[in-house]
Design a protein around this ligand. Structure first.
Ligand code: BDR
Ligand code: CA
Length: 304
């Protein structure tokens, strides 16, 4: 199966992305790196460790950047709750993050297995930018680079910008501008992954997974991320792409990140008509197939 590393800021949808990765037979989660984002770095790291223990993920967890490259940290605790995991209270983690910094962990993992590992970023892109700065060849070594971030229409944290890109636009500009063909799972795509009540009913009967994590997370998340049908599980879309690219439509485009705009900082400017596209932007999702993947993976995690 395909090896993946997830760079994340858990975060409720990050928690679901990790569960999808761990429960899927098609991918093998070989590392989790953390970054400041939804909540501060101590929390995102602690949450990643708690989730890893709770799900039974054996892969190393490496702690990364505690703030954006140049800007003051911005969190989204209003959406994910004070701890980042809604009202969930998972047991204390039984292990520590590895001693290595996430940036070094990423570089070494990709260097050791060039062409083998897919890198999936679902938080602000600070670690990715720092790793690219330190070792630009990671762009060549990564099997693919998938980002949950940006939008080709409107934003969520501001009218123009999506949270992960807005939190560290300079880093996002480096990540999209690097020598790989980024796959962008932006808001236009992720908004198709709304957790409706009928889908949520498919998560019933998952025992502790449902009672201790999904319910207390989603009950909080639902109050703040309200779309028509239900809360949007953004980050799981990027993992789903690594698992089943055939359930997505991808359109080539050039993606630029606005770093200077007065009202548009962190906006992704997506040019679908570019003569030289440098990214694949995911535009549509087979939602039934997506929820089948998620439900399957959750059932497998619950059984372990
Ligand atoms: C992104 O922002 C975060 O709050 C979510 O975890 C997701 O990665 C959506 O804009
Ligand atoms: Ca996230």
């Amino acid at each position: 199966s395909k090896k993946i590393i997830i760079d994340c800021d858990p975060g409720i949808d990050d928690a679901l992305a990790l569960a999808l990765a761990h429960g899927s037979r098609a991918v093998d989660l070989v590392g989790v790196t953390t970054v400041a984002g939804n909540v501060g770095l101590p929390r995102t790291t602690d949450n990643a460790l708690r989730l890893a223990d709770f799900y039974g993920i054996a892969a190393p967890v490496a702690r990364g950047a505690d703030r954006p490259l140049m800007r003051p940290p911005r969190t989204a605790g209003h959406v994910h709750g004070e701890t980042g995991l809604g009202a969930a209270q998972l047991p204390d983690p039984a292990r520590e993050p590895v001693a290595e910094h996430a940036v070094d962990f990423l570089i070494e993992s990709l260097a050791q297995q060039p062409g083998e590992i897919s890198l999936i970023a679902v938080g602000p892109l600070t670690n990715i930018a720092l790793a690219l700065r330190k070792e630009p060849r990671i762009a060549e070594w990564a099997r693919e680079f998938v980002v949950m971030g940006g939008s080709s229409t409107r934003g969520n944290i501001t009218p123009a910008a999506e949270f992960n890109v807005h939190a560290d636009p300079e880093a996002a500009a480096m990540a999209f501008g690097a020598d790989w063909r980024a796959v962008m799972a932006g808001l236009d795509l992720t908004h198709q992954a709304q957790l409706s009540a009928p889908v949520r009913r498919r998560f019933a009967g998952l025992g502790r997974l449902e009672e201790e994590l999904l319910a207390p997370c989603l009950d909080v998340y639902e109050q703040h991320v309200d779309y028509r049908e239900g809360p949007v599980i953004h980050d799981a879309c990027a993992v789903a792409y690594a698992i089943a690219p055939e359930i997505f439509r991808a359109d080539p485009a050039a993606v630029r990140v606005e770093t200077r705009g007065e009202h548009t900082s962190g906006m992704t400017v997506v040019d679908f008509a570019a003569a030289q596209p440098d990214a694949d932007v995911l535009t549509t999702l087979d939602t039934d197939a997506f929820w089948d993947l998620v439900a399957d993976a959750l059932h497998r995690v619950a059984e372990r």
